[in-house]
Design a protein around this ligand. Structure first.
Ligand code: UD1
Ligand code: CA
Length: 461
Protein backbone atom coordinates (compact mmCIF):
# COMPACT_ATOMS: atom_id res chain seq x y z
CA UNK A 1 0.00 0.00 0.00
CA UNK A 2 1.30 3.44 -0.88
CA UNK A 3 -1.35 5.32 1.11
CA UNK A 4 -1.25 6.31 4.77
CA UNK A 5 -3.09 8.85 6.85
CA UNK A 6 -2.22 11.05 9.80
CA UNK A 7 -5.04 12.44 11.91
CA UNK A 8 -4.11 15.53 13.91
CA UNK A 9 -5.77 15.30 17.28
CA UNK A 10 -3.39 16.73 19.86
CA UNK A 11 -5.19 20.00 20.53
CA UNK A 12 -6.98 20.58 23.78
CA UNK A 13 -10.00 22.29 22.32
CA UNK A 14 -9.97 25.15 24.83
CA UNK A 15 -13.30 26.53 23.63
CA UNK A 16 -15.09 23.29 24.52
CA UNK A 17 -14.49 24.24 28.19
CA UNK A 18 -14.19 20.57 29.04
CA UNK A 19 -11.95 18.24 30.97
CA UNK A 20 -12.11 15.79 28.07
CA UNK A 21 -10.03 16.15 24.91
CA UNK A 22 -12.09 17.75 22.16
CA UNK A 23 -11.94 14.84 19.72
CA UNK A 24 -13.55 12.53 22.28
CA UNK A 25 -16.78 14.51 22.48
CA UNK A 26 -19.78 12.64 21.21
CA UNK A 27 -21.82 13.14 18.05
CA UNK A 28 -24.79 10.77 17.59
CA UNK A 29 -23.22 7.95 19.53
CA UNK A 30 -19.64 8.17 18.32
CA UNK A 31 -16.65 10.29 19.24
CA UNK A 32 -15.66 12.92 16.66
CA UNK A 33 -12.45 10.99 16.18
CA UNK A 34 -14.26 7.71 15.46
CA UNK A 35 -16.04 9.33 12.50
CA UNK A 36 -12.76 10.54 11.07
CA UNK A 37 -11.26 7.07 11.52
CA UNK A 38 -14.25 5.53 9.77
CA UNK A 39 -14.01 7.99 6.89
CA UNK A 40 -10.32 7.14 6.45
CA UNK A 41 -11.07 3.41 6.55
CA UNK A 42 -13.94 3.91 4.12
CA UNK A 43 -11.61 5.71 1.70
CA UNK A 44 -9.39 2.64 1.68
CA UNK A 45 -6.58 3.78 3.98
CA UNK A 46 -5.06 0.91 5.92
CA UNK A 47 -2.24 2.63 7.77
CA UNK A 48 -3.54 5.26 10.17
CA UNK A 49 -1.54 7.33 12.63
CA UNK A 50 -3.18 9.59 15.20
CA UNK A 51 -1.21 12.46 16.73
CA UNK A 52 -2.21 12.82 20.37
CA UNK A 53 -1.32 15.39 22.99
CA UNK A 54 -3.93 16.68 25.37
CA UNK A 55 -5.59 13.70 27.09
CA UNK A 56 -3.23 11.39 25.18
CA UNK A 57 -4.09 8.28 27.18
CA UNK A 58 -7.82 8.64 26.70
CA UNK A 59 -7.43 9.30 22.99
CA UNK A 60 -5.08 6.33 22.65
CA UNK A 61 -7.67 4.10 24.31
CA UNK A 62 -10.33 5.31 21.86
CA UNK A 63 -8.29 4.38 18.79
CA UNK A 64 -6.71 1.20 20.18
CA UNK A 65 -6.48 -1.48 17.52
CA UNK A 66 -7.50 0.89 14.74
CA UNK A 67 -4.55 3.24 14.50
CA UNK A 68 -1.01 3.85 15.64
CA UNK A 69 -0.37 6.61 18.11
CA UNK A 70 2.31 9.24 18.17
CA UNK A 71 2.50 11.96 20.75
CA UNK A 72 3.01 15.68 20.41
CA UNK A 73 3.71 16.72 23.99
CA UNK A 74 3.55 20.43 23.21
CA UNK A 75 1.07 21.82 20.70
CA UNK A 76 3.25 24.06 18.60
CA UNK A 77 1.10 24.02 15.48
CA UNK A 78 -0.29 21.78 12.77
CA UNK A 79 3.06 21.37 10.93
CA UNK A 80 4.76 20.43 14.18
CA UNK A 81 1.96 17.93 14.82
CA UNK A 82 2.42 16.23 11.47
CA UNK A 83 6.18 16.20 11.91
CA UNK A 84 5.78 13.94 14.96
CA UNK A 85 4.50 11.18 12.66
CA UNK A 86 7.76 11.29 10.66
CA UNK A 87 9.57 8.51 12.53
CA UNK A 88 6.64 6.13 12.00
CA UNK A 89 6.71 6.83 8.27
CA UNK A 90 10.46 6.64 7.78
CA UNK A 91 10.24 3.62 5.48
CA UNK A 92 7.04 4.70 3.86
CA UNK A 93 7.10 6.15 0.38
CA UNK A 94 3.79 7.13 -1.16
CA UNK A 95 0.89 9.45 -0.45
CA UNK A 96 -0.18 10.84 2.88
CA UNK A 97 -3.71 11.91 3.65
CA UNK A 98 -3.79 14.46 6.48
CA UNK A 99 -7.01 14.82 8.45
CA UNK A 100 -8.12 16.69 11.55
CA UNK A 101 -9.73 14.92 14.46
CA UNK A 102 -12.32 17.67 14.90
CA UNK A 103 -14.12 17.42 11.52
CA UNK A 104 -16.43 14.42 11.99
CA UNK A 105 -18.75 15.20 9.09
CA UNK A 106 -16.21 14.47 6.39
CA UNK A 107 -17.29 11.54 4.23
CA UNK A 108 -15.29 8.61 2.93
CA UNK A 109 -16.39 9.32 -0.65
CA UNK A 110 -15.01 12.85 -0.46
CA UNK A 111 -11.65 11.59 0.79
CA UNK A 112 -11.57 8.99 -1.96
CA UNK A 113 -12.13 11.77 -4.55
CA UNK A 114 -9.33 13.84 -3.05
CA UNK A 115 -6.94 10.89 -3.13
CA UNK A 116 -7.96 10.04 -6.68
CA UNK A 117 -7.41 13.61 -7.89
CA UNK A 118 -4.08 13.82 -6.07
CA UNK A 119 -2.87 10.61 -7.70
CA UNK A 120 -4.06 11.46 -11.19
CA UNK A 121 -2.54 14.94 -11.32
CA UNK A 122 0.74 13.80 -9.83
CA UNK A 123 0.73 16.85 -7.54
CA UNK A 124 3.16 17.14 -4.64
CA UNK A 125 0.29 18.42 -2.52
CA UNK A 126 -3.47 18.59 -3.01
CA UNK A 127 -5.63 20.58 -0.66
CA UNK A 128 -9.33 20.07 -0.04
CA UNK A 129 -11.05 23.45 -0.07
CA UNK A 130 -14.58 24.75 0.47
CA UNK A 131 -16.46 27.85 -0.57
CA UNK A 132 -18.25 29.32 2.41
CA UNK A 133 -20.79 32.11 2.81
CA UNK A 134 -18.97 33.05 5.96
CA UNK A 135 -15.28 32.13 5.84
CA UNK A 136 -14.49 33.68 9.23
CA UNK A 137 -11.88 31.84 11.25
CA UNK A 138 -10.59 29.61 8.45
CA UNK A 139 -7.40 29.84 6.42
CA UNK A 140 -8.06 31.43 3.00
CA UNK A 141 -6.96 29.86 -0.27
CA UNK A 142 -5.09 32.38 -2.41
CA UNK A 143 -5.09 31.58 -6.15
CA UNK A 144 -3.27 33.20 -9.07
CA UNK A 145 -4.81 34.52 -12.30
CA UNK A 146 -4.82 31.07 -13.82
CA UNK A 147 -6.66 29.70 -10.82
CA UNK A 148 -3.65 27.85 -9.44
CA UNK A 149 -3.27 27.69 -5.67
CA UNK A 150 -0.49 30.02 -4.52
CA UNK A 151 -0.71 29.79 -0.76
CA UNK A 152 -2.95 29.52 2.24
CA UNK A 153 -3.14 32.42 4.62
CA UNK A 154 -4.59 32.17 8.10
CA UNK A 155 -7.29 34.67 9.00
CA UNK A 156 -5.04 36.28 11.60
CA UNK A 157 -2.29 36.84 9.02
CA UNK A 158 -4.53 37.82 6.10
CA UNK A 159 -4.65 41.27 4.53
CA UNK A 160 -8.09 42.94 4.28
CA UNK A 161 -8.29 41.86 0.60
CA UNK A 162 -7.33 38.28 1.46
CA UNK A 163 -10.00 38.25 4.14
CA UNK A 164 -12.57 38.80 1.38
CA UNK A 165 -11.70 35.41 -0.13
CA UNK A 166 -14.48 32.92 0.47
CA UNK A 167 -12.60 29.81 -0.49
CA UNK A 168 -11.13 28.25 2.65
CA UNK A 169 -8.77 25.49 3.66
CA UNK A 170 -10.58 22.48 5.12
CA UNK A 171 -7.40 21.36 6.89
CA UNK A 172 -7.49 18.15 4.83
CA UNK A 173 -4.71 17.43 2.34
CA UNK A 174 -2.89 14.79 0.37
CA UNK A 175 0.89 14.95 0.16
CA UNK A 176 3.60 12.99 -1.56
CA UNK A 177 5.76 11.85 1.31
CA UNK A 178 8.97 12.35 -0.63
CA UNK A 179 10.76 15.28 1.01
CA UNK A 180 7.67 16.18 3.08
CA UNK A 181 9.17 15.70 6.52
CA UNK A 182 12.40 17.43 5.57
CA UNK A 183 10.32 20.41 4.43
CA UNK A 184 8.21 20.36 7.58
CA UNK A 185 11.28 20.44 9.77
CA UNK A 186 12.47 23.58 8.02
CA UNK A 187 9.32 25.68 8.52
CA UNK A 188 9.48 28.66 10.83
CA UNK A 189 6.76 30.08 13.10
CA UNK A 190 6.85 33.57 11.61
CA UNK A 191 3.18 34.37 11.92
CA UNK A 192 0.60 36.02 14.12
CA UNK A 193 0.16 32.95 16.31
CA UNK A 194 3.83 31.99 16.53
CA UNK A 195 2.92 28.45 15.43
CA UNK A 196 4.36 26.03 12.90
CA UNK A 197 1.69 26.15 10.20
CA UNK A 198 1.16 23.10 8.02
CA UNK A 199 -0.41 25.45 5.51
CA UNK A 200 3.03 26.96 4.83
CA UNK A 201 3.98 23.73 3.06
CA UNK A 202 1.69 24.74 0.20
CA UNK A 203 3.55 27.96 -0.58
CA UNK A 204 6.86 26.17 -0.17
CA UNK A 205 5.88 23.68 -2.87
CA UNK A 206 4.59 26.38 -5.22
CA UNK A 207 7.82 28.37 -4.89
CA UNK A 208 9.83 25.29 -5.77
CA UNK A 209 7.75 24.85 -8.90
CA UNK A 210 6.13 21.67 -7.66
CA UNK A 211 2.58 21.07 -8.56
CA UNK A 212 -0.12 21.91 -6.00
CA UNK A 213 -3.67 20.80 -6.68
CA UNK A 214 -7.00 21.62 -5.09
CA UNK A 215 -10.32 19.82 -4.84
CA UNK A 216 -13.36 21.81 -3.76
CA UNK A 217 -15.99 20.24 -1.55
CA UNK A 218 -19.37 19.85 -3.19
CA UNK A 219 -21.03 20.02 0.22
CA UNK A 220 -19.17 22.54 2.37
CA UNK A 221 -20.95 21.35 5.52
CA UNK A 222 -18.68 18.30 5.52
CA UNK A 223 -15.72 20.39 6.58
CA UNK A 224 -17.37 21.88 9.62
CA UNK A 225 -14.79 21.87 12.37
CA UNK A 226 -16.04 21.69 15.92
CA UNK A 227 -14.52 24.17 18.32
CA UNK A 228 -17.27 24.74 20.88
CA UNK A 229 -20.49 23.17 22.14
CA UNK A 230 -22.67 25.19 19.81
CA UNK A 231 -20.86 23.70 16.83
CA UNK A 232 -21.04 20.30 18.51
CA UNK A 233 -24.83 20.54 18.57
CA UNK A 234 -24.93 21.76 14.96
CA UNK A 235 -22.79 18.85 13.84
CA UNK A 236 -25.09 16.53 15.80
CA UNK A 237 -28.12 17.89 14.00
CA UNK A 238 -26.48 17.45 10.62
CA UNK A 239 -25.31 13.93 11.43
CA UNK A 240 -28.72 12.96 12.76
CA UNK A 241 -30.36 14.08 9.54
CA UNK A 242 -27.86 12.00 7.58
CA UNK A 243 -28.52 8.90 9.71
CA UNK A 244 -32.29 9.25 9.46
CA UNK A 245 -32.14 9.88 5.75
CA UNK A 246 -30.19 6.64 5.25
CA UNK A 247 -32.73 4.78 7.38
CA UNK A 248 -35.69 6.22 5.49
CA UNK A 249 -34.13 5.39 2.13
CA UNK A 250 -33.60 1.84 3.37
CA UNK A 251 -37.31 1.40 4.12
CA UNK A 252 -37.86 2.68 7.64
CA UNK A 253 -40.69 5.15 8.31
CA UNK A 254 -39.70 8.06 10.51
CA UNK A 255 -42.85 9.97 11.39
CA UNK A 256 -41.02 13.16 12.38
CA UNK A 257 -37.29 13.35 11.69
CA UNK A 258 -37.03 16.39 13.99
CA UNK A 259 -38.04 14.28 16.89
CA UNK A 260 -36.21 10.99 16.36
CA UNK A 261 -32.67 10.55 17.67
CA UNK A 262 -30.87 7.55 16.26
CA UNK A 263 -27.21 6.76 16.85
CA UNK A 264 -24.87 6.00 14.02
CA UNK A 265 -24.43 2.26 14.61
CA UNK A 266 -28.10 1.46 15.08
CA UNK A 267 -29.67 -0.94 12.57
CA UNK A 268 -33.38 -0.91 11.79
CA UNK A 269 -35.27 -3.33 9.54
CA UNK A 270 -37.74 -2.36 6.82
CA UNK A 271 -41.28 -1.30 7.49
CA UNK A 272 -40.46 -0.44 11.05
CA UNK A 273 -42.06 2.82 12.12
CA UNK A 274 -40.26 5.23 14.40
CA UNK A 275 -42.66 7.55 16.20
CA UNK A 276 -41.66 10.91 17.69
CA UNK A 277 -39.80 11.51 20.94
CA UNK A 278 -37.74 8.40 20.44
CA UNK A 279 -34.08 7.79 21.19
CA UNK A 280 -32.35 4.73 19.76
CA UNK A 281 -28.80 4.46 20.96
CA UNK A 282 -25.60 2.43 21.06
CA UNK A 283 -25.49 -0.88 19.24
CA UNK A 284 -29.24 -1.32 19.07
CA UNK A 285 -30.55 -3.63 16.36
CA UNK A 286 -34.26 -3.57 15.49
CA UNK A 287 -36.01 -6.02 13.18
CA UNK A 288 -38.69 -5.51 10.53
CA UNK A 289 -42.22 -4.28 10.98
CA UNK A 290 -41.75 -2.92 14.50
CA UNK A 291 -43.43 0.11 16.01
CA UNK A 292 -40.97 2.06 18.13
CA UNK A 293 -42.29 4.99 20.14
CA UNK A 294 -43.77 7.38 20.69
CA UNK A 295 -41.62 8.17 23.68
CA UNK A 296 -39.15 5.31 23.68
CA UNK A 297 -35.51 5.09 24.65
CA UNK A 298 -33.60 2.01 23.49
CA UNK A 299 -29.96 1.59 24.48
CA UNK A 300 -28.01 -1.43 23.23
CA UNK A 301 -31.23 -3.33 22.64
CA UNK A 302 -31.74 -6.26 20.29
CA UNK A 303 -35.30 -6.35 19.02
CA UNK A 304 -36.90 -8.99 16.79
CA UNK A 305 -39.58 -8.47 14.14
CA UNK A 306 -43.06 -7.13 14.75
CA UNK A 307 -42.26 -5.73 18.19
CA UNK A 308 -44.06 -2.75 19.69
CA UNK A 309 -42.34 -0.51 22.24
CA UNK A 310 -44.07 2.64 23.41
CA UNK A 311 -43.39 5.13 26.19
CA UNK A 312 -40.72 2.84 27.63
CA UNK A 313 -37.02 2.51 28.36
CA UNK A 314 -35.17 -0.58 27.15
CA UNK A 315 -31.53 -0.93 28.14
CA UNK A 316 -29.16 -3.80 27.34
CA UNK A 317 -31.93 -6.31 26.68
CA UNK A 318 -32.98 -8.56 23.86
CA UNK A 319 -36.43 -9.66 22.74
CA UNK A 320 -37.73 -11.95 20.05
CA UNK A 321 -40.52 -11.47 17.52
CA UNK A 322 -43.91 -10.13 18.47
CA UNK A 323 -43.09 -8.75 21.91
CA UNK A 324 -45.04 -5.82 23.27
CA UNK A 325 -43.41 -3.39 25.68
CA UNK A 326 -45.18 -0.57 27.49
CA UNK A 327 -46.65 1.84 27.82
CA UNK A 328 -44.42 2.86 30.73
CA UNK A 329 -42.18 -0.17 31.15
CA UNK A 330 -38.53 -0.19 32.18
CA UNK A 331 -36.27 -2.97 30.96
CA UNK A 332 -32.97 -2.65 32.79
CA UNK A 333 -29.88 -4.47 31.48
CA UNK A 334 -29.64 -8.21 31.11
CA UNK A 335 -33.11 -9.31 30.03
CA UNK A 336 -33.77 -11.85 27.37
CA UNK A 337 -37.39 -12.14 26.24
CA UNK A 338 -38.70 -14.94 24.05
CA UNK A 339 -41.32 -14.43 21.33
CA UNK A 340 -44.71 -12.82 22.07
CA UNK A 341 -43.74 -11.68 25.55
CA UNK A 342 -45.68 -8.79 27.02
CA UNK A 343 -44.20 -6.36 29.53
CA UNK A 344 -46.87 -3.82 30.33
CA UNK A 345 -47.87 -0.78 32.31
CA UNK A 346 -45.45 0.32 35.01
CA UNK A 347 -43.50 -2.93 35.12
CA UNK A 348 -39.77 -3.02 35.74
CA UNK A 349 -37.71 -6.01 34.76
CA UNK A 350 -34.02 -6.68 35.25
CA UNK A 351 -31.57 -9.53 34.45
CA UNK A 352 -34.39 -11.94 33.72
CA UNK A 353 -35.20 -14.55 31.14
CA UNK A 354 -38.83 -14.64 30.07
CA UNK A 355 -40.16 -17.54 27.98
CA UNK A 356 -42.50 -17.53 24.98
CA UNK A 357 -45.85 -15.86 25.44
CA UNK A 358 -45.38 -14.94 29.10
CA UNK A 359 -46.89 -11.73 30.45
CA UNK A 360 -45.85 -9.19 33.06
CA UNK A 361 -48.66 -6.84 32.28
CA UNK A 362 -49.07 -4.46 35.20
CA UNK A 363 -47.20 -2.80 38.05
CA UNK A 364 -44.64 -5.53 38.73
CA UNK A 365 -40.97 -5.80 39.59
CA UNK A 366 -39.20 -8.83 38.20
CA UNK A 367 -35.46 -9.14 38.88
CA UNK A 368 -32.98 -12.03 38.57
CA UNK A 369 -35.80 -14.32 37.49
CA UNK A 370 -36.04 -17.18 35.06
CA UNK A 371 -39.59 -17.38 33.79
CA UNK A 372 -40.81 -20.22 31.58
CA UNK A 373 -43.37 -20.21 28.79
CA UNK A 374 -46.95 -18.94 29.02
CA UNK A 375 -46.55 -17.66 32.53
CA UNK A 376 -48.91 -14.97 33.76
CA UNK A 377 -47.51 -12.63 36.36
CA UNK A 378 -50.43 -10.89 38.06
CA UNK A 379 -50.59 -7.17 38.69
CA UNK A 380 -48.38 -5.92 41.48
CA UNK A 381 -46.13 -8.97 41.72
CA UNK A 382 -42.73 -8.38 43.27
CA UNK A 383 -39.69 -10.64 43.17
CA UNK A 384 -38.02 -9.85 46.50
CA UNK A 385 -34.56 -10.54 45.10
CA UNK A 386 -32.43 -8.47 47.45
CA UNK A 387 -31.94 -9.13 51.14
CA UNK A 388 -29.87 -6.01 51.68
CA UNK A 389 -26.64 -7.82 50.94
CA UNK A 390 -27.10 -10.32 48.14
CA UNK A 391 -29.25 -10.72 45.07
CA UNK A 392 -31.11 -14.05 44.84
CA UNK A 393 -32.76 -15.77 41.88
CA UNK A 394 -36.40 -16.70 41.33
CA UNK A 395 -37.54 -19.54 39.06
CA UNK A 396 -41.04 -19.63 37.66
CA UNK A 397 -41.67 -22.64 35.45
CA UNK A 398 -43.92 -23.04 32.39
CA UNK A 399 -47.60 -22.27 32.70
CA UNK A 400 -47.47 -20.78 36.19
CA UNK A 401 -50.15 -18.28 37.24
CA UNK A 402 -48.88 -15.81 39.82
CA UNK A 403 -51.84 -14.14 41.55
CA UNK A 404 -51.95 -10.38 41.87
CA UNK A 405 -49.86 -8.75 44.53
CA UNK A 406 -47.70 -11.80 45.19
CA UNK A 407 -44.33 -11.35 46.89
CA UNK A 408 -41.85 -13.98 45.76
CA UNK A 409 -39.08 -14.01 48.37
CA UNK A 410 -35.99 -15.27 46.58
CA UNK A 411 -34.40 -17.69 46.29
CA UNK A 412 -37.62 -19.45 45.46
CA UNK A 413 -38.93 -21.78 42.78
CA UNK A 414 -42.48 -22.09 41.53
CA UNK A 415 -43.02 -25.43 39.77
CA UNK A 416 -44.71 -25.80 36.38
CA UNK A 417 -48.45 -25.20 36.22
CA UNK A 418 -48.69 -23.89 39.81
CA UNK A 419 -50.86 -21.04 41.02
CA UNK A 420 -50.19 -18.57 43.82
CA UNK A 421 -53.10 -16.92 45.54
CA UNK A 422 -53.43 -13.17 45.24
CA UNK A 423 -51.70 -11.28 48.02
CA UNK A 424 -49.47 -14.17 49.08
CA UNK A 425 -45.92 -13.82 50.30
CA UNK A 426 -44.22 -16.94 48.99
CA UNK A 427 -41.08 -17.89 50.88
CA UNK A 428 -40.91 -21.63 50.19
CA UNK A 429 -40.62 -23.52 46.90
CA UNK A 430 -43.92 -24.53 45.34
CA UNK A 431 -44.03 -27.98 43.69
CA UNK A 432 -45.41 -28.33 40.18
CA UNK A 433 -49.16 -28.33 39.81
CA UNK A 434 -49.96 -26.89 43.27
CA UNK A 435 -51.78 -23.90 44.67
CA UNK A 436 -49.84 -21.85 47.20
CA UNK A 437 -51.80 -19.38 49.30
CA UNK A 438 -50.29 -17.42 52.12
CA UNK A 439 -52.67 -15.00 53.75
CA UNK A 440 -54.76 -14.85 56.88
CA UNK A 441 -58.37 -15.91 56.70
CA UNK A 442 -60.78 -13.13 55.97
CA UNK A 443 -62.85 -12.02 58.93
CA UNK A 444 -66.35 -10.69 58.27
CA UNK A 445 -68.21 -8.82 60.95
CA UNK A 446 -71.86 -8.56 59.96
CA UNK A 447 -73.99 -5.48 60.49
CA UNK A 448 -70.88 -3.33 60.99
CA UNK A 449 -72.49 -0.28 59.49
CA UNK A 450 -75.48 -0.54 61.74
CA UNK A 451 -73.27 -0.89 64.82
CA UNK A 452 -71.38 2.15 63.79
CA UNK A 453 -74.57 4.16 63.58
CA UNK A 454 -75.70 2.98 67.05
CA UNK A 455 -72.34 4.14 68.49
CA UNK A 456 -72.88 7.58 67.07
CA UNK A 457 -76.36 7.74 68.56
CA UNK A 458 -74.91 6.80 71.99
CA UNK A 459 -72.39 9.65 71.98
CA UNK A 460 -75.06 12.12 71.09
CA UNK A 461 -77.01 11.23 74.18
C1 UD1 B 1 -6.45 24.90 10.62
C2 UD1 B 1 -5.73 25.46 9.39
C3 UD1 B 1 -6.70 26.39 8.66
C4 UD1 B 1 -7.95 25.64 8.28
C5 UD1 B 1 -8.56 24.98 9.52
C6 UD1 B 1 -9.69 24.06 9.10
C7 UD1 B 1 -3.39 25.65 9.98
C8 UD1 B 1 -2.30 26.58 10.35
N1 UD1 B 1 -4.57 26.20 9.79
O1 UD1 B 1 -6.72 25.98 11.48
O2 UD1 B 1 -6.08 26.88 7.48
O3 UD1 B 1 -8.86 26.52 7.68
O4 UD1 B 1 -7.61 24.19 10.22
O5 UD1 B 1 -10.37 23.56 10.22
O6 UD1 B 1 -3.14 24.49 9.86
N2 UD1 B 1 -3.45 20.19 16.19
C9 UD1 B 1 -2.48 19.38 16.74
N3 UD1 B 1 -1.36 19.95 17.23
C10 UD1 B 1 -1.14 21.29 17.20
C11 UD1 B 1 -2.13 22.11 16.64
C12 UD1 B 1 -3.29 21.53 16.14
O7 UD1 B 1 -2.63 18.16 16.77
O8 UD1 B 1 -0.07 21.71 17.66
C13 UD1 B 1 -4.67 19.57 15.65
C14 UD1 B 1 -5.90 19.98 16.41
O9 UD1 B 1 -6.16 19.06 17.47
C15 UD1 B 1 -6.98 19.92 15.33
C16 UD1 B 1 -6.22 20.22 14.05
O10 UD1 B 1 -4.84 20.01 14.33
O11 UD1 B 1 -7.55 18.65 15.22
C17 UD1 B 1 -6.43 21.65 13.57
O12 UD1 B 1 -5.91 22.53 14.54
P1 UD1 B 1 -6.63 23.88 14.91
O13 UD1 B 1 -5.84 24.55 15.99
O14 UD1 B 1 -8.06 23.63 15.17
O15 UD1 B 1 -6.40 24.69 13.55
P2 UD1 B 1 -7.26 25.88 13.00
O16 UD1 B 1 -6.85 27.12 13.68
O17 UD1 B 1 -8.68 25.50 13.02
CA1 CA C 1 -10.07 23.87 14.08
Amino acid sequence: MDLATVILAAGKGTRMKSKFPKVLHNVCGGTMLSYVLDAAHGAGVKKIIVVVGYGAEQVAREVAGRAQIVSQPEQLGTAHALLQAGPLLRDFNGHLLVLCGDTPLIEAGTLAELIQSHRSTGAAATVLTARLEDPAGYGRVVRDNQGGVVRIVEQKDASPEEQQIREVNTGIYCFKTEGLFADLSRLTPNNAQGEYYLTDIIEKNVRRGRRVGAVTLANPLEMKGINDRVQLAEAGRYMRRRILRDLMLSGVTVIDPHSAFVDRKVQVGRDTIIYPHTFIEGDTVIGEGCVIGPGARLVNAVVGNGVSIQYSVVNGSSMEDGCSIGPFSHLRPGNSLGPQVKIGNFSEIKKSIVGDGSKVSHLSYVGDATIGKNVNIGAGTITCNYDGRNKWPTWIDDGVFIGSNTNLVAPVKIGAGSVTGAGSTITKDVPAGSLAVERSKQTVIPDWSKRDKNKKDETQN
